[in-house]
Ligand binder design. Structure first.
Ligand code: MG
Length: 377
């Protein structure tokens, strides 16, 4: 870290934690954040939460845990290249999906729908809620008491109404400012990671084919490069050689374009980063290719009828769980019930309980509540 840029986030200059603590020994403030995230129970649950494929469909598909680790890997590579703080990037990457519901976006959409009258449900905000409130491990505070910079990085987007309720981390949405460069780049690392692993998992599942992907510029150009170098290569190795080149091309592009943006804007420090426009980004040509790939994945993978069938089932589970707990909160563990809860409080507690579930826990909970085993009679 000796070359840390003047505009990088500096743990010694952190805006601090909500509850004051003594300085960590032998590690910096951002390392402490990262370490707390790894030891949290929400982090362990990422292993059994879905990205696109439901967890039990196969051992080779990504889960939210492996996704988060891939985001950390890509993010750290970019951070090191740009002389930004790797520990902060790693912490944001490992925490960014902690608030995800079971069953990926299908689960989140269903829960958001259930919560419509009660302020909605948004996974980004929920990730912040997990680290600010829901983790209960420390004697002196709820949550993990992370630094402002880590919390700012988790909150990628947020409605104005919600921003007003969030205090310091909400302010930038009201003032239309940017977060640190570390937060900006982790956001792009997330995008690079999921586009590429969804290509890989999509091919492995057989839901999309190599022939289809040859219509996508970014994939086709890298596939051709592999074929030129290894004319007889086929199968998994051909796919992997293509995907690794895609990731590399995207990372190199982000580093070059962002360095050029930073040099031009010349921010003296992190406060000047915040009042500049977004400085981390792809070149216009690469942004176009990324968009084309995203569009392809949306049409051919995320809306594949077999994925739709799984999503519909997942949404039914989430909706019915929500309904049954809203009607009778005493069916939830004691921690989620409080005396004198308003409907609003009740709905939020139900959402917290459901959002915390892994895919398999939600399925089992559904079975426990809606089916009767013979031995129970
Ligand atoms: Mg993600």
């Amino acid at each position: 870290m000796s070359k840390l840029a003047s505009y990088a986030a500096d743990p010694a200059q952190s805006r601090g934690r909500k509850f004051t603590e003594s300085d960590p020994q032998g590690r910096n403030q951002f390392q402490r954040d990262r370490d707390r995230i790894i030891h949290s129970s929400a982090f362990r649950r990422l292993e059994y939460k879905t990205q696109v494929f439901v967890n039990h469909e196969g051992d080779l598909f990504r889960t939210r845990l492996t996704h988060s680790i891939e985001v950390a890997q890509i993010g750290r590579a970019i951070a090191r290249n740009l002389n930004l703080h790797e520990d902060l990037v790693e912490g944001i990457a490992l925490a960014h999906d902690l608030g995800h519901t079971p069953f990926g976006h299908a689960g989140q959409d269903a829960l958001n729908e259930c919560m419509r009258e009660f302020g909605g449900f948004e996974h980004n905000l929920q990730s912040l809620r997990v680290v600010d409130l829901l983790e209960q491990r420390y004697a002196e505070f709820d949550g993990l008491n992370l630094t402002f910079e880590l919390r700012e990085g988790i909150l990628k987007h947020c409605s104005l109404n919600n921003a007003k309720t969030l205090g310091d981390v909400g302010k930038r949405f009201i003032n239309k400012q940017q977060p640190s460069l570390e937060a900006q780049l982790t956001n792009l690392a997330d995008e690079i990671a999921y586009n590429n692993h969804d290509v890989d998992d999509g091919l492995r599942s057989g839901l999309i084919t190599l022939e289809q992907l040859e219509q996508v510029t970014l994939f086709a150009s890298n596939l051709n490069a592999v074929r030129q170098q290894y004319p007889t290569l086929s199968g998994r190795r051909l796919i992997h050689e293509t995907v690794r080149r895609m990731i590399n091309a995207l990372v190199v592009d982000v580093c070059q374009q962002s360095q050029a943006n930073i040099t031009k804007a010349n921010p003296a420090n992190i406060d000047e980063v915040r009042i500049n426009p977004m400085l981390i980004g792809f070149s216009p040509e690469m942004r176009e290719q990324q968009t084309e790939l995203k569009r392809f994945l949306r049409a051919n993978l995320y809306q594949h009828y077999r994925v739709n069938r799984m999503s519909a089932k997942a949404q039914r589970i989430v909706r019915e769980l929500f309904e049954v707990f809203m009607n009778d909160v005493t069916l939830m563990p004691d921690d989620y019930q409080k005396k004198g809860q308003t409907d609003q409080d009740k709905a939020r507690a139900v959402a917290d309980y459901i959002a915390g579930m892994t895919d398999r826990y939600a399925i089992r909970e559904y079975q426990r509540l809606f089916t009767v085993a013979e031995r129970e009679l």
